[in-house]
Design a protein around this ligand. Structure first.
Ligand code: ADP
Ligand code: MG
Length: 638
């Protein structure tokens, strides 16, 4: 029979230490959070090697009384929480009273601390959890914590540390995350004697982001701001054109605490739907402020995971705040940024003029149906004769005028006379002027204010050159038109117009393709592609969306099947978007083709009015060169 032992407090501390102190970076996090809790205005963090040998955190906070300085290292010693009521409303970063006990159990610590206004301070040294020395000392106001030889008494843990480089970079990353959460605190990080970063601590999130993430990243960030009752979301998010290959540049804070949150991540990413390239991720710094009772931070010892009591509200708040930032696109103005030294981040390379995105007036908001209506435009209801949403729509059943209200630019629309198969075979439809017109913002660009401009011409059969005031605007005609079509199709949602092909196109399909068509048949047909079995194994394509030239039909179906196969469209909504992307791309005027002046004008109007900004894959549709840029290019000015 085994004998049950009660572990000594020392062993218990060493075990608990494992939860709090995973690696040197965790020590940095805990010490910085203590400094923040102490009300510090300036914090200096130093590390040597990978941090395991030496970490020093100095702050100008409230300091500790001599009698508290030793107690601070005991387990459950905290000045921040008194009873269980307090647990409901934690306003400090720490409260478990665990960190110092845990860190000191596996390292050697020296502490000097002096309360503001006290004549002298206290020195304490602790090794493997035992106080070695403690006496009065002369020291600056505030607290300096020096941690050496992390894991010196737990060789097994020491063995698990990665290379110094990897540990040091985790330390830098952690310190940066902490610093970014506190724009009101100036944080300096020194690694092996060299300054890694410095934040000014002027309380402005913009300067903090600029100093810590670097100018290159800050220039692509748009301010975010939203409120719902006592909840607030502020911060910055990247312009869709500045998407990144991973999520490393996404930072979320809840009441100043850096958190990981799948909920917030998805709220932000949802807001980018159809503006960001597939496989690209936004960069963001989102500060969430909510009552301490609305969030439980006590879920994990490192407190990086939190639980919101009203997840949906938090999601909606962040989603809408980011969405509205994207529709406004106010850049952080360079002058807002302080003269702080940029972080170790890349210094901008000046290889020529820089371009900014085309001006976007406020009414870009009109892309959302509510504000679109609010501006006096209307989306007329579908006529009663129009088939119900879920019924596949045949070209012939749609009033011709509806199809014509935004004829595709680039090829005559529709390329094949539309026939009414069920009634009079092969009879061309006539425009019906009484049929209602479905309006959408892109169609209504003429109603939107288009600033004064002059189309200079078209270059390389792709770029439209427009002169506007002191600026030269270049527009990618294909990308812009693709977006116009995509938005219109999206707006029509379930009633995409189809055109009957004069001769059905036989499709050569693999087993997998056939399965995909069986699964997605209803959706494809809703979006204008009717694919029917023909014989035992074959399929034929009978209709395509009316925007597309029939000659593109087969390639479009192939592309759609490829997308469905690649797993790019895990849910029906993304499958729908992917299909619409393909239709828009095929229907859009192509690079290398001649385009009439009227067609160019429509695109220019859509872009200048602000209705079109990014292609459906997230590429910008326009770039601006100012007179100054050009003058610089030609060295008229330097
Ligand atoms: P917690 O932060 O959860 O309270 P810690 O073990 O991190 O627990 O710290 C224990 C206590 O030591 C804190 O509650 C605080 O009173 C004191 N303390 C730690 N670091 C500092 C500091 N930098 N300045 C002032 N007091 C500190
Ligand atoms: Mg703490």
């Amino acid at each position: 029979m085994a004998v049950i032992n009660i572990l000594s407090p020392h062993v218990a501390d060493m075990i608990a230490a494992g939860e709090v102190v995973e690696r040197p970076a965790s020590v940095i996090k805990e010490l910085m959070e203590n400094a923040f809790d102490a009300g510090a205005h300036a914090v200096t963090v130093e590390l040597r090697g990978g941090g395991a040998t030496y970490i020093r955190v100095a702050d100008d906070g409230c300091g500790m009384a001599p009698e508290d300085a030793g107690i601070a290292f005991m387990r459950h010693a905290t000045s921040k929480l008194h009873d269980e009521q307090g647990l409901e409303a934690i306003g400090t970063m720490g409260f478990r009273g665990e960190a110092l006990a845990a860190i000191s159990a596996v390292s050697e610590i020296e502490l000097t601390t002096r309360r503001q206004g006290d004549g002298s301070g206290t020195y304490v040294s602790v090794s493997a959890g035992d106080i070695q020395d403690m006496h009065e000392a002369g020291c600056p106001e505030g607290t300096i914590m020096t941690v050496r030889s992390i894991f010196f008494n737990t060789p097994a843990r020491l063995k698990f540390l990665k290379s110094d480089r990897a540990e040091a970079s985790a330390c830098v990353q952690t310190a940066l995350r902490c610093a970014l959460g506190r724009p009101e605190v100036s944080v300096r990080l020194v690694r092996d004697g060299k300054e890694e970063f410095f934040s000014p601590g002027d309380g402005k999130a913009a300067s903090c982001v600029y100093a810590l993430l670097g100018r290159e990243m800050a220039k692509d960030l748009l301010p975010v701001s939203g409120e719902d009752g006592d909840m607030r979301a502020t911060g910055f998010t990247s312009s869709p054109a500045a998407g990144r290959g991973n999520r490393a540049a996404q930072f979320f804070y809840c009441n100043g605490r850096y958190i990981r949150s799948a909920l917030l991540q998805s709220a932000v990413e949802q807001a980018y739907k159809n503006t960001l390239l597939v496989g690209r991720f936004p960069a963001c710094v989102i500060y969430l402020t909510l009552s301490n009772a609305a969030v439980d931070v006590n879920v994990h010892p490192a407190k990086t995971e939190v639980k919101f009591s009203q997840e949906k509200r938090v999601f909606d708040l962040v989603y809408h705040a980011v969405l509205s930032a994207l529709t406004q696109e106010d850049r952080i103005e360079a002058e807002e940024a302080p003269a702080a030294k940029p972080a170790a981040a890349p210094t901008p390379v000046t290889t020529g003029p820089t371009y900014k995105a085309a001006p976007r007036p406020d009414f870009y908001r009109s892309m959302s149906s509510e504000s679109f209506r609010a501006q006096g435009y209307s989306v007329k209801p579908a006529p009663a004769s129009q088939p119900a949403a879920s019924v596949p729509v045949r070209a012939a059943e749609i009033p011709y005028q509806t199809r014509m209200d935004m004829p595709p630019i680039g090829h005559a629309a529709p390329a094949v006379p539309v026939t009414r198969p069920q009634t009079t075979e092969n009879t061309a439809f006539r425009p019906d002027s009484t049929a209602p017109v479905v309006e959408n913002p892109v169609q209504n660009v003429e109603k939107l204010a288009v600033p004064d401009h002059k189309i200079v011409g078209e270059a390389l059969k792709l770029y439209i050159l427009v002169e506007m005031g002191e600026e030269l605007i270049l527009i990618d005609k294909h990308a812009a038109h693709e977006r116009m079509i995509f938005d219109r199709l999206k707006q029509q949602e379930r009633s995409i117009m189809a055109q009957e092909l004069l001769t059905s196109v036989p499709l050569r399909l693999t087993e997998e393709d056939r399965e995909l068509i069986d699964i997605n048949g209803a959706l494809l047909s809703e979006l204008g592609f009717e694919i029917e079995p023909f014989g035992e194994h074959d399929y034929v394509l009978r209709t395509v969306p009316s925007d597309m030239a029939p000659s593109d039909a087969e390639a479009a179906v192939e592309e759609i099947l490829d997308k469905l196969k690649s797993g790019k469209a895990p849910d029906p909504q993304s499958a729908r978007d992917e299909i619409l992307h393909t239709v828009a791309c095929k229907a859009a005027i192509k690079a290398g083709y001649d385009t009439t002046r009227e067609e160019l004008q429509r695109i220019v109007d859509a872009v200048l009015s602000g209705a079109v900004k990014y292609c459906p894959h997230g590429r910008p549709v326009s770039a601006v060169m100012t007179r100054r840029d050009l003058d610089k290019l030609f060295k008229r000015i330097v």
